[in-house]
Design a protein around this ligand. Structure first.
Ligand code: G3P
Length: 222
């Protein structure tokens, strides 16, 4: 993985399901190719295999379970992601929280399967606790700004700055990203100036009238 990175979480927005997931991922592939900026896509679970087989940007799941393969009905083990050619997974997103013990197991199981982890956190304490578990990345996202279009990097810069400082103190190998409300190139630039090594965004990209232009502008800001 190359930093700074732009991570696009498609969530389960209708605009990003099925063929739309492929269209949005192909745009990301074009922009990454043209600008040289690392761009990760996170389609919803049932679209992962199709997208991963058709684009060359890293594809991450939105969630992984801590359970190993075995009698765990409905679980998504890290091995399934590996078998589908994915590069990693988000985990503990504010819309899909996990217990600390499950985060610990899931991060370890991703690592054992040579998959990357992006641990989402909503506050500084969780970011620090999470850093001790050695995920590859921590994405700090204040839940109250998610989906608002009000960028964390502009509205609450202290959250980003502090997360970078505190996470690096615990484990300086963990890359810190930020997310929530990231909507334009200035929000990305502000995040990087605060020390973040990337951004995690969703609605601004998925719901944009011209997602490819928006992403190109963001990549140029990087
Ligand atoms: O995972 C990214 C996310 O929670 C932020 O969402 O819509 O504010 O970019 P959004």
């Amino acid at each position: 993985m190359k930093y700074p990175v732009i991570v696009l979480n498609f969530k389960c927005y209708l605009e990003a399901l099925g063929e739309n997931a492929l269209r949005l991922s192909q745009m990301a592939e074009r922009v990454a190719g043209e600008t040289g900026v690392e761009i990760v896509v996170c389609p919803s679970t049932l679209d992962l295999e199709m997208v991963a087989s058709k684009v060359r940007v890293p594809v991450f799941a939105q969630h992984v379970d801590p359970a190993p393969p075995g009698p765990y009905t409905g679980s998504i083990p890290a091995e399934s992601l590996k078998l589908k050619g994915l590069a990693g997974s988000l985990l503990n997103h504010s819309e899909k929280r996990l217990l600390l013990q499950d985060i610990s197991a899931a991060v370890a199981r991703l690592r054992d399967n040579s998959l990357l982890s992006i641990l989402c956190t909503g506050d500084q304490i969780t970011s620090m606790a999470g850093a001790a578990l050695q995920p590859d990345m921590i994405a700090v996202e204040p839940p109250e700004l998610i989906g608002t279009g009000i960028a964390v990097s502009k509205a609450k810069p202290e959250i980003v700055k502090e997360a970078v400082e505190k996470v690096k103190k615990v484990n300086d190998k963990v890359h810190v990203l930020c997310g929530a409300g990231i909507s334009g190139p200035e929000d990305v630039a502000a995040a990087l100036r605060l020390g973040a090594e990337g951004v995690l965004l969703s609605s601004a990209y998925v719901k944009s009238k011209n997602p490819e232009k928006l992403l190109r502008d963001m990549a140029e800001a990087v």
